[in-house]
Write a protein that binds this ligand. Structure first.
Ligand code: NAP
Length: 328
């Protein structure tokens, strides 16, 4: 099995907590290079995470002949420029979510990856959890009948500093909907199908951030189902993870000292424990197998583009106070 040589662009919080340790653990990945704006930081992190070369110069990093793929974990406003530049050098791209600031930027990433025949994957990690893979299979088998409604609250009480890029709309593209809702909206699309209409509320009355701290996004799906996701940087963590209701049953994922999956079908209830899984490791290993043609992609560039289209529609709805229709 080929071991992909990875370069990490933006060795910040998620790269350090999740991605670089996952590359170290993955059976078909090797951390080759780190691109940081700060050479001391780059050197320190390269040593800590076992990368061969710390770079500060983007051109030199992208021209490294040993590099196979890049993982992009910079603020969202940099994703388009970095993903396109990597693709143009023939490097495969794993981009953290959201793919970019807006659909037009994401389309450019898709075009560049297609033109240069490189693999593009977005860190929509829920798709890699066996719990959600099981639920997706149950939905395909119509175990709960026809799905009518789903819900996913995603809250983190996480006040941001005034200079944090997450709350600068030019750098983040939005607040909790872009940051947390990107995940829940992707999971809904993966489980329930394409979205045809979006309606949303946004508010920021706790920390007065210039992007929405709290968001409410309602989605209508092609198959008639509806879903709602509630996102927040100011609300406390919710024990509910996901709820799906069908004509003959329901499935609820909740946190009670670990994730539990509760299914109810015709008044019969069953509770299954879900184990902790390193979703970052799974996505890196899957990425490598996709590049080698050993697996079909679980996440493709179009998923990142559609995600941006839905989130952009949510912001238009919140501003206009109208439901926004989507074309697929
Ligand atoms: N999939 C997930 O579960 C998950 C979780 C958290 C975040 N994310 C996503 O991952 C990406 C990074 O998020 P994060 O929370 O890791 O951010 P972060 O801690 O701020 O790290 C971003 C890194 O990018 C580099 N950078 C380059 N130019 C920058 C600039 N102009 N301003 C700030 N940083 C710059 C910095 O590294 P140097 O100083 O070394 O250059 C910085 O440490 C975002 O797209 C975010 O949505 C995904």
């Amino acid at each position: 099995m080929k071991c992909l040589k990875w370069g990490v662009i933006g060795p910040g919080s998620v790269a350090q907590r999740r991605a670089m340790p996952a590359i170290q653990k993955a059976e078909n990945a090797e951390l080759h290079a780190i691109l940081s704006r700060d050479i001391d930081r780059g050197q320190r992190l390269a040593q800590e995470y076992g990368a061969e070369i710390p770079y500060t110069d983007t051109e030199a990093f992208l021209a490294d002949p040993q590099l196979d793929a890049v993982y992009i974990a910079t603020p969202v406003f940099l994703h388009k420029e970095q993903a396109v530049a990597a693709a143009q050098k023939g490097l495969h791209v794993l981009c953290d979510k959201p793919l970019s600031l807006n659909p037009s930027q994401s389309q450019k990433i898709l075009d560049a990856c297609q033109a240069n025949n490189v693999h593009l994957q977005i860190c929509f990690l829920f798709r890699f959890h066996s719990c959600f893979q099981q639920i997706r299979q149950w939905l395909q088998e119509k175990r709960f009948g026809t799905i009518v409604h789903a819900r996913m609250p995603f809250m983190k009480h996480a006040p941001k500093d005034s200079n944090d890029w997450h709350i600068d709309p030019a750098k983040s593209g939005g607040g909790s909907i872009m940051d947390l809702g990107a995940h829940s909206i992707d999971l809904f699309r993966w489980l329930l199908g394409e979205v045809t209409a979006v309606s949303a509320f946004c508010s920021s009355f706790i920390f007065q951030h210039p992007v929405e701290e709290t968001g409410l996004v309602m989605l209508r799906f092609e198959n008639g189902a509806q879903a709602v996701t509630e996102t927040s940087f100011s609300g406390q963590l919710s024990a509910q993870i996901l709820e799906i209701y069908g004509t003959s049953g329901s499935v609820v994922v909740y946190n009670d000292n670990g994730w539990k999956i509760k299914t109810t079908i015709d008044d019969q209830t069953e509770i299954i424990d879900a184990q902790f899984e390193d979703l970052f490791q799974s996505q890196f290993e899957h990425f490598g197998r996709c590049v080698e043609g050993q697996e079909s992609p679980i996440v493709v560039g179009l998923d990142g583009l559609r995600n941006n289209q839905i989130i952009s529609a949510a912001y238009r709805s919140a501003t206009s106070k109208k439901v926004v229709d989507l074309e697929n």
